[in-house]
Write a protein that binds this ligand. Structure first.
Ligand SMILES: C[S@@+](CC[C@H](N)C(=O)[O-])C[C@H]1O[C@@H](n2cnc3c(N)ncnc32)[C@H](O)[C@@H]1O
Ligand code: SF4
Length: 420
């Protein structure tokens, strides 16, 4: 427990530094530094229902606003095109990207016509697994569909406000079974450690996953931002991080009977399945309201105001509002953290990117994690152990919860005085 507390403390301090953004005042986004190999992240922030735990600061769907927003997305992508960017993968996240499927297909077609895109990943909700939407996604070349399920238990779904809108666990499972094999990768997003989620409920969820025939599962620990804390405890009870480790172990044991563990929280039964963040990419460009981008050692954040976002796009202007240039050591730590989320870090990769003395700068981390047996060195790689996976869960949960806090804070500031 002492080490876990220490890790949480370090992660909080580190994340605070990484999120200490400055105002971005340049007229154009950063220029592309290389040809190809960028990932394009597109954010669609609208949802039919807002879930009480969600820290992605979505807004209630209104067709007229969403239509204007999706036109603005295309304009922002064109700005990056003019800056010389070339993309070969697209990740469309939300909110609910499939809220206006035909408009979404228009954006995907435009990106596909502009660059040699190999992979398109789209997030959705269970109520959008209907023939018409699926056909549109399939025809436009979506390779990976990711469905937010969270739990198959009706009591949990009811407490998080998803039962009425998205159907019972059984109905969701049937829809998943029906579309098995339609996309190269069918992922479901699940959450564990809801306060009202017992070991028995989790065992039922694991059983339902195996019956659902999906080939990938991303199983997030519940991440609680300060802004969501009260609402979560009102609906589900007090969050208890002490049971996280036990539940995580249950998931790993249950799922590795049928799936391979691909990252700390991703499981897959398909070789070469497309993962949730596509780790192959060092850099990504984020477009859309509140999107983050990481380009050449600098983190960028777009405005959270929909009004401002649409207006700027109509004027042909980018929407970057804040940035934080990471020092050399901060970049190394960022790589260390994110790459080990996927279980291994190639020493040759670090050497190529940061020179052969990189280990000297990471000495503290390497000594700490190897002396606590969280990592081991094998065949030119740093490998996360079982204990390390538990540690990484704490690190990533802290980082994501704080990123949620940043979004909520920023959204309040940026949208003061907006109509939408
Ligand atoms: C942001 S949603 C977007 C896609 C879709 N609307 C959905 O609900 O799945 C993507 C996933 O993030 C995860 N997520 C959102 N808020 C979370 C939180 N506070 N803790 C853990 N996971 C969370 C959920 O598993 C969710 O499915
Ligand atoms: S979890 Fe998904 S559906 Fe729920 S509010 Fe967040 S983005 Fe919207």
């Amino acid at each position: 427990m002492l080490i876990e507390g220490f890790l949480q403390y370090c992660a909080t301090r580190l994340t605070r530094r990484y999120l200490a953004f400055e105002e971005y005042t340049q007229d154009s986004p950063p220029q592309s530094q290389k040809d190809g190999r960028y990932l394009l992240y597109i954010h669609i922030p609208f949802c039919e229902e807002l879930c009480p735990y969600c820290s992605f600061v979505s807004i209630k769907f209104e067709p007229s606003v969403a239509l204007g927003y999706l036109d603005a997305i295309k304009k922002e992508i064109e700005i990056y095109q003019r800056c010389g960017y070339c993309f070969d993968s697209v990740y469309i996240g939300g909110g609910t990207p499939t809220i206006l499927p035909e408009k979404l297909a228009g954006i995907i077609s435009f990106v596909r016509d502009t660059w040699p895109i190999k992979q398109v990943s789209v997030e959705t909700n269970p109520n959008h697994l209907v023939n018409e939407t699926l056909r549109i996604l399939k025809d436009v070349g979506v390779n990976r569909l990711s469905v937010g399920v969270q739990s198959f238990n009706d009591k949990i779904l009811e407490s998080i406000g998803r039962l009425e809108k998205y159907g019972t666990g059984e109905e969701i499972k049937e829809r998943l079974v029906r579309i098995a094999g339609m996309f190269e990768t069918l992922n479901i997003d699940m959450i564990f450690n809801f306060p009202n989620q017992t070991e028995e409920i989790l065992a039922e969820d694991i059983r339902a996953i195996k019956e659902s025939k999906v080939n990938q599962i991303t199983y997030y620990p519940l991440m609680v931002s300060e802004y969501r804390k009260n609402e979560i405890s009102k609906r589900c009870g007090e969050v208890n991080y002490r049971q996280e480790k036990k539940l995580y172990q249950q998931i790993v044991e249950g799922l590795t009977e049928a799936y391979e563990q691909e990252s700390v929280w991703c499981f897959s039964n398909k070789k070469g399945a497309i993962d949730e963040y596509i780790i192959d990419y060092d850099d990504y460009v984020g477009v859309g309201r509140g999107a983050f981008g990481y380009i050449n050692g600098t983190m960028y954040s777009n405005t959270f105001s929909i009004d401002r976002y649409i207006k700027r796009a109509q004027e042909g202007k980018h929407s970057i509002l804040a940035y934080r240039r990471y020092s050399y050591i901060e970049r190394m730590r960022y790589d260390f953290l994110i790459r080990l989320l996927y279980g291994t870090l190639e020493l040759s990769y670090m050497k190529r990117k940061y020179g052969k003395s990189y280990w000297f700068y990471l000495l503290r981390e390497l000594l700490f994690f190897s002396s606590t047996r969280a990592v081991k060195f094998r065949d030119g790689k740093i490998v996360l152990t079982e204990k390390g996976r538990n540690y990484w869960l704490i690190l990533m949960r802290t980082l994501f919860s704080m990123a949620g806090d940043y979004r909520e804070r920023r959204a309040k500031l940026d949208t003061a005085g907006d109509e939408n």
